[in-house]
Design a protein around this ligand. Structure first.
Ligand SMILES: [Zn+2]
Ligand SMILES: [Zn+2]
Length: 245
């Protein structure tokens, strides 16, 4: 019997005694089998924005009258996507958890974060009528360095929860661009111009697509991906991200 099979046969208390694991944020012992990397309490402390948002770009609005409206930027120039929503600001627990997922290789966190997205946005109808969930791709060189694409993992889990399909080969990044964070806002859009392409047109034609990524900063990545999908014939493109920087 292999070690792995033996471990799988152990009951939860034995597993805990032999291989205890601790929450990477608060240090508490992880007791439940579904708790991975971060404990349930820390996951529940994510600061989800529950106030009004821009109906198009999802920008968090902090005005008094507590109703959703369209922000000034979108009034001046509508983005190519139909709507975008983020769970909350890129700060605090949410930021720490995204860093654990993205840069520390804690892939099991993707399912918990996808569940947050699904539970928060599912009832709002954001996922209604979606034909295909498409992760924002990494250039193959970057993916090789990191070993995985966090957006692909999120897309796969959301698709599973929403009972629709996800496809990671539909959209590809054709150019390995410098990271957006290293550039001034003005140069970000230029940096990504034409950096994405659709490989399987037949999966996109006339479809309603949901793009998924971890962080939305200036929106340039989501906009460029949308333009590539629309050029390939997508009927509508929406986007979901975990956090807005
Ligand atoms: Zn914890
Ligand atoms: Zn807006």
């Amino acid at each position: 019997m292999t070690i792995l099979k033996l471990v799988n046969r152990l009951t939860q208390p034995v597993k805990l005694a032999v291989f205890p694991s601790f929450c990477q944020l608060c240090g508490q012992l992880l007791l439940e089998p579904e708790e991975k990397v971060v404990c349930r309490q820390c996951l529940q402390k994510i600061d989800i924005h529950r106030g009004p948002v821009c109906l198009v770009c999802g920008q968090f609005l902090y005005h008094q009258n507590k109703i959703d409206s369209i922000c000034l930027e979108c009034q001046n120039s509508l983005p190519p996507y139909g709507l975008h929503r983020s769970l909350g600001p890129y700060s605090g627990r949410l930021k720490e958890i995204i860093i654990l997922l993205k840069y520390k290789g804690n892939e099991p966190l993707a399912s918990s974060l996808a569940e947050h997205l699904y539970q928060h946005f599912g009832p709002q109808g954001v996922l209604a009528g979606i034909d295909l969930i498409v992760p924002v791709p990494l250039h193959r060189q970057k993916k090789r360095q990191r070993g995985f694409n966090q957006a692909e993992l999120l897309a796969r889990w959301i698709a599973r929860l929403a009972c629709c399909s996800s496809s990671r080969g539909v959209l590809i990044k054709t150019r390995n661009t410098p990271t957006q964070v290293s550039l001034e806002a003005g140069k970000r859009e230029l940096n990504l111009k034409g950096a994405f392409a659709v490989r399987k047109r037949e999966l996109v034609m006339q479809r309603v697509i949901m793009l998924v990524d971890d962080v939305y900063t200036t929106g340039s990545t989501i906009k460029e991906c949308t333009l590539a999908l629309k050029k390939a014939g997508a009927r509508e493109v929406r986007a979901l991200t975990l956090a807005r920087a």
